[in-house]
Design a protein around this ligand. Structure first.
Ligand code: TPP
Ligand code: SF4
Ligand code: MG
Length: 286
């Protein structure tokens, strides 16, 4: 690793996945201008992850990891679900929290780091599925917004409880039928991005992960605003190709279709957030 946090044991150099060797040799850590353009030479999520082949969650995480401005001092708090299958395969500080508790755990970590390292920048990012963020964890998610915690919350919305076999979630659209929701969803999709604005988030974005550059812009803005102002929320459509019956190479087309309708790019910035974004643009970091 460029920041010498992870060191490759030389005796294993010939047998570890070559991506680990590439990561040690080419990692972009320490360069705040790093981004998705670096992915051809260096990527933190190994190809041998245990998600379904072609799952858009893996592409989304790859883009996010490439876009973190400060990966060596970033802690990602995750929750149970398909997203948690990726974390054993990445080179970054992560915490796996009990399902739904992720924003409370992140709050404790952020506050402790600010107290322990007052002169250092430490970014805390929550990354969890729709079930964890909006159903079982909704209270903890919103309470962290009300308290103005300086953390970024990213929801991977695949509109279903994928990891447990296809139950409907609050983010399933009305009428959708899943294996374990055979009658079809009876009520509307929860407008989580609007709840985030109403609950005090300073930067909110809703998008699919069809465009890596757009994901990079959103993640950087969300992290810089959380660092300086308060809570930020990013809502990403990462369809579960398995549960909606698509092939492994259909995820991108599915997202492009949704770009034009219910996941049309949407962004909200508070006046304080606008100021921070302007400052980082002037510094050439956005
Ligand atoms: C406290 C607790 N309650 C319930 C579960 C069972 N559980 C595991 S994953 C999951 C659903 C995850 O759905 P989501 O957050 O949407 O993530 P996805 O798998 O769709 O990425 C549930 C209910 C659990 N592991 N722990
Ligand atoms: S079950 Fe769905 S969300 Fe989970 S890894 Fe497979 S495609 Fe991705
Ligand atoms: Mg889900």
């Amino acid at each position: 690793m460029s920041m010498k946090i992870y060191q490759l044991n030389e005796e294993f150099r010939n047998i570890v996945p070559q991506e680990i060797v590439a990561l040690q040799e080419n990692a972009t850590w320490g360069n705040p201008k790093r981004g998705v353009m670096d992915l051809p030479v260096s990527k933190e999520l190994l190809e041998e992850h245990s998600l379904c082949a072609g799952c858009p969650e893996s592409a989304a995480l790859r883009y996010i990891l490439a876009s973190l401005p400060n990966p060596e001092d970033t802690i990602i708090v995750n929750s149970t679900g398909c997203t948690s299958l990726m974390f054993p395969h990445i080179a970054l500080h992560t915490v796996h929290s009990l399902f739904g508790n992720q924003n409370s755990v992140a709050t404790g970590i952020k506050r402790t780091l600010e107290w322990r390292f007052p002169d250092k920048t430490k970014d805390v990012v929550v990354l969890a599925g729709d079930g964890a963020t909006v159903d079982i964890g909704l209270d903890y998610t919103l309470q962290s917004f009300f308290r103005q915690e300086k953390i970024t919350t990213i929801c991977f919305d695949n509109e279903v409880y994928a990891n447990t076999g296809g139950q409907e979630s609050g983010l399933t659209p009305k009428g959708h039928v899943f294996k374990m929701a055979p009658k079809g969803k009876q009520f509307e999709k929860v407008p989580m991005w609007q709840l985030a604005i109403d609950s005090g988030c300073h930067y909110v974005a809703r998008l699919t992960v069809s465009s890596p550059k757009r994901v990079e812009k959103v993640i950087k803005e969300a992290i810089y605003v959380a660092r300086e102002v308060g809570p930020t929320y990013v809502h990403l459509y990462t369809p579960c190709i398995l549960e909606i019956g698509l092939n492994s190479d259909d995820g991108l087309e599915e997202m492009r279709g949704r770009d034009k309708e219910r996941f049309k790019f949407f962004e909200y910035k508070s006046p304080e957030a606008e100021e921070v974004i302007k400052k980082y643009k002037e510094e050439g970091l956005l």
